[in-house]
Design a protein around this ligand. Sequence first.
Ligand SMILES: Cc1ncc(COP(=O)(O)O)c(C=O)c1O
Length: 382
Amino acid sequence: MPGFELIGKEEQQAVNEIFTSGSLFYNGKRVKQFEEMFAQYLGMKYAVAVSSGTAALKTALIAAGIGKGDEVITQAFTFIATVEAILDVGAKPIIVNIDETYNMDTIELEKAITPSTKAIIPVDMLGVATEVDRINAIAKEHNLVIIDDCCESLGAEWGNKKLGTDYDMAVFSFDNGKTITTGEGGMIATNNLDWYKLCIEYRDHGHENNPKKPRGRDTHRIPGFNFRTTELNAAIGIQQLKKLDYIVESNRRNYKILKNEISDINGLKFRKIPSKCTPLCDTLIFNFPTKNVATEFVALIKQNGLNTKNVPDAIEWHFAPYWDHIFDKFDFQNGDIWDSTKFSSDMLDRSVAIPIMVKMQNDIILETGSIIRSMAEKVLNN
Ligand SMILES: Cc1ncc(COP(=O)(O)O)c(C=O)c1O
């Protein structure tokens, strides 16, 4: 699964070097190098490092000029941060269902567009791409900005490009559970120079970094905030980026073995992957015919020492109907959030997400497959 498994001596040495030859402040060479390496990895022109994926989402929305009175469409199955960022810029989140890909339903997306819609935030959940071409076509027709929440999918691909690069902006997270980690951290990537500059300024109190001025007398044009990251985070990020290809390769290898082991179980249905997507493969998702069967299955595999991921484990923080502490700022399509998201809740209730670890040995994968098989057959034959 994620980069935390591979935090090791390279990261430790890179951090140590800062104490002998660097500054902890963000504006040093490591942040810049991390940004350049990241942009290069994606094949995009610009990348801006910030303090978290949530900060990246908000910064991208600000750069795109989204604010009060604007509607931003996103999906019901996402981490709460997507919606928090929309609310924090003063815009209104509009929630649409997921489909069998567990990502944004593009038919619902189209129906949710109003004259107030300004942006779409598709979320590539758990390593799999949203329908990039379709969402781009819809956005083009309605003149909408797309900010890809790619926090959970660094390393996935769309066609022969890295996922995120076909949208206007893409944001990434480097928290402890992500493909690569810097402890905490985030990144915005874009090919748009204006948005890039606005992101750089917003994350640093509006500083334009005017070369003709000392920092204390720097010029400014927009209100900003402090979403800077540090040299420490960047030093770790650089080392983690060097391991990214290996992480993705291992995920894919392990995922393939496990999926093969359980692919012929009658009644167990795998997540639909869009045809142009090569997933990150850090999570294997499948579903059962009913919620009861899925619940029984999860209880049994846990008794056998297997873990599950966001589904069902952390679903409350990843599914909109549970966020009643922020409901006063929403509008729901059909008046009620559970009614509006019925398709999503039915899908998620029947689903199980198995984490795929980078360091999973063959015998462990085979054992995992065998536990899944015997428990699935047991609950399906009950
Ligand atoms: C889909 C999604 N968006 C945004 C975030 C926020 O990232 P961070 O934890 O770095 O703020 C996360 C992190 O869990 C996420 O999974």
